[in-house]
Design a protein around this ligand. Sequence first.
Ligand code: SF4
Length: 377
Amino acid sequence: MNAPAGVYVHLPFCPYVCPYCDFAKWAYAPRGAERYLAALQAEIAAAPAVRGTTIFLGGGTPNTYPAATIGALIESLRTRFSIPRGGEISVEINPDRALCEELPALRAAGVNRLSIGVQSLHGNELRALGRRHTAEDVETVVARARAAGFTNISIDLMFGVPGQTEASWRDSLERALALGIDHLSTYGLTIEAGTPYARWHERDPGAFFDDDREARLYAAAIERAARAGFEHYEISNFARPGYRCAHNENYWRNGSYLGLGVGAASYLAGVRSTHTRELEPYCAAALGDGAIPGESEQLAGDERTGEATMLALRTLEGVDTREFRERYDVDFHARYAGVIAELTAAGMLRIAGKRVQLTERGRFLANDVCGAFLGGG
Ligand code: SF4
């Protein structure tokens, strides 16, 4: 039996390019988008025969493609990787109304989870982010998605946006939750080198939030989502009971995954590999001899356990030390005794039976905590 793995497909075209974005993405052009699909189909045919568990179509903006095209892609993935009927199939969508007219067809194609890139429900913040949808678009799209039979809808919101205030952030949270969504992801704005935002930040750093102000907005999200009955099951993710994202949970459990498409990453049999982020070399290789340029490394020893710890600590459950020993043959407490003692004393980690978890304070400083484990303890 082939190893189980989540299957990720990167669809890198967008109707426009946002000035803060550092993903592998390009403005939609029909010919390039068509060639890319052909490359993807070639990669799917040549990919390792994993037993797929979930499918996640991310981007980019997957709904720049017609629903029929996405349906055909899902069918290829299902057939090639034996995705079980009823397995989670998520698609990221942009809530631009014009891009969301085919939601019933997307549902009919087997998509059972939508992740909507909303970012904000305030016009001035959306404009600052270069986004072209409005709060009304979001309301319409969520209503259409429900009418189309989607019972699992997630919204992404962003904090730390220039022009945002604590009040406008709380209002975006309120309005998102009022839509009756099942899952919420909140991310702090990151300034990525080489983007127009990086240049803006350089010119006018005062337009951006500092860590303390960002932490207050994150705390507001945690508090509001809890009040709405959402589980804070991962640092950036909240779900109504039963609505966690299975595909992403597999990442945090350090499970195997197969990534297809430009810039996509895979983790199979202990090897982590990443495809080139250059579009044409990806297409040419996939359509040619199939050897897609990129990098790969075998994760072993400290690197493997440090990575597994970092991922597990992001989750509500934290590190299950018993499972850790069975899986990696490492006594977690013995291996990381120094760092556990230090971070527990600093109020960032707690030990709960067989589990080691981030405290509330630890969640705010998660990068530091994870860095300590990645540094080898
Ligand atoms: S829509 Fe998303 S992927 Fe596309 S440019 Fe904007 S942030 Fe990046």
